[in-house]
Design a protein around this ligand. Structure first.
Ligand SMILES: [Zn+2]
Length: 464
């Protein structure tokens, strides 16, 4: 058996994760992510796929985030028709996220057509709802720790990666003609001792390891999250205002719900309504409710925290609009997390001008986003084509990241008993990946630690 790897994304970038293993003449793709962010990266989504998609025999997904699954509709649209392996919750999340991604692509193409800013006469979406729906019948779902046979010589196991609901580390066992080998993909790894996700599963050995490096060069700033949220909310209530929390639908909304209801139950903040105002966040929250064994939130509790009496779900646009007329203090959690779109925009539109209110950011704000501009203290921002003055308080909390930071990545690596024959540092910006590779050399004395580039390839095993 001969095995080669080709890096089709997630190499010297955090998005577009796609790693092709050529195992003799069997081609398996690990993750199928969309490139996001800078235009030159996004342009790669439109390039012809490096090999004809019909030549790929199977896809394995580590988790549902769009930078790991968002290219699937395109791959299927261009001819892939094999099985897609993932965990049960990943499938449920993929359905929500791919349909949302398709809708965004369609809206963007429509917008470009109307405004005429596209170079193309008839701008097309990368894929639409129909292509997204064509992905679902190909998906095969499994539990953690189940042995899954891909073919006669390849089997895999999903292990909890602690990153988001259903996220997995992939352990792949290869039975060659003379030897057995093991390849491990870390996927995205979560941190340790988190309130929602379990710790990433320790792995003891690998002949080849692919590890993410999002925070490979830094320790996360840690606030005492509960205390910080308590302070922000109490100050806002004292001022007689509302608290707007822009939050991503997957993971972040649920962790904020966890903290707020804990604070309210223990009397550290006054009782008040908590509005969840995002249809996607509501659907995802429902998945957390339906998968109680995949996270810690149900541990030792009789009822789900999501059924807490003060939480009010607002799925309909009509009821969402009514929130503009709230008189008494309330907490509104709404997407998108960086205030780039979604319903949170109309809440910001109404609440930013009033100095009594508070906007609380709970996640990373990328350069160029409205969230970043607010955090940097801009005095007005444009929403719905209008300049809106910013008079309210703008706050931010650290310590809620879904990614392991540098010391947590090392904590996970310390479970390995020996240096893998190859370690590939993936899913990180170049500086972060390089720095992480260097630290692995220094701290663990591992050999053959590589930072691959986009479209690089490497022979992993020869005649095994
Ligand atoms: Zn992720």
């Amino acid at each position: 058996m001969n095995v080669r790897v080709k890096f089709f994304g997630g190499a010297r970038s955090v998005t577009g994760s796609k790693y092709l293993l050529e195992i003799d003449d069997f081609n398996v793709l690990i993750d199928c992510g969309l490139f996001q962010g800078l235009r030159e990266l996004r342009r790669r989504n439109w390039d012809p796929f490096p090999i004809p998609p019909e030549e790929i025999d199977a896809v394995i997904l580590t988790h549902a985030h769009i930078d790991h699954s968002g290219y699937l509709p395109r791959l299927v649209g261009e001819g892939f028709s094999g099985p897609i392996y993932c965990t049960y919750p990943t499938f449920d999340l993929v359905k929500i996220l791919l349909l949302d991604s398709a809708k965004l692509q369609e809206e963007e193409a429509n917008f470009a057509r109307k405004k005429g800013y596209s170079k193309h006469e008839n701008p097309r979406p990368l894929y639409g709802t129909r292509e997204a729906e064509a992905v679902f019948p190909l998906i095969k779902t499994f539990g953690y720790k189940e042995k899954i046979k891909i073919n006669e010589s390849i089997s895999i196991k999903f292990q909890d990666a602690g990153h988001i609901l259903g996220s997995a580390i992939v352990e792949m066992d290869l039975r060659g003609d003379t030897q057995k080998k093991k390849i491990v993909f870390s996927g995205d790894l979560g941190g340790y001792n988190q309130p929602v996700n379990y710790d990433p599963t320790p792995i003891k050995d690998a002949d080849v390891l692919f590890i993410e490096s999002t925070y490979g060069d830094r320790e996360e700033m840690e606030d005492d999250v509960a205390e910080e949220i308590q302070k922000v909310i109490n100050e806002a209530v004292e001022a007689g205002g509302h608290i707007i929390i822009p939050a991503f639908a997957v993971g972040r909304t649920q962790i904020v719900i966890y903290y707020v209801q804990e604070l309210m139950k223990s009397g550290r903040i006054p009782e008040m309504p908590i509005y969840i105002d995002s249809p996607m966040a509501i659907s995802v929250t429902d998945l957390y409710r339906r998968n109680p064994t995949c996270h810690k939130l149900r541990n030792g509790r009789d009822e789900s925290i999501f059924d807490f009496k003060h939480i009010k779900y607002r799925r309909e646009r009509k009821t969402s609009k009514l929130l503009n007329e709230l008189k008494k203090s309330a907490i509104i959690i709404s997407a998108s997390g960086m205030a780039t779109g979604g319903r949170v925009l109309h809440h910001l539109f109404h609440h930013l001008p009033n100095e009594k209110n508070t906007v609380l950011f709970v996640g990373f704000q990328a350069v160029g986003t409205r969230g970043r501009r607010l955090l940097e203290g801009e005095k007005s921002v444009k929403i719905f084509g209008q300049e809106v003055p910013v008079n309210c308080k703008i706050k931010r909390i650290y310590g809620l990241s879904a990614h392991a930071d540098k010391s947590e990545l090392f904590e996970w690596l310390s479970n390995f008993e020996d240096s893998p024959k190859f370690t590939f540092i993936v899913h990180g910006e170049p500086e972060s990946a390089e720095a992480f590779a260097e630290s692995i050399h220094e701290k663990l004395d591992w050999y053959n630690v590589k930072v691959p580039d986009y479209l690089d390839s490497e022979t992993l095993f020869w005649h095994i």
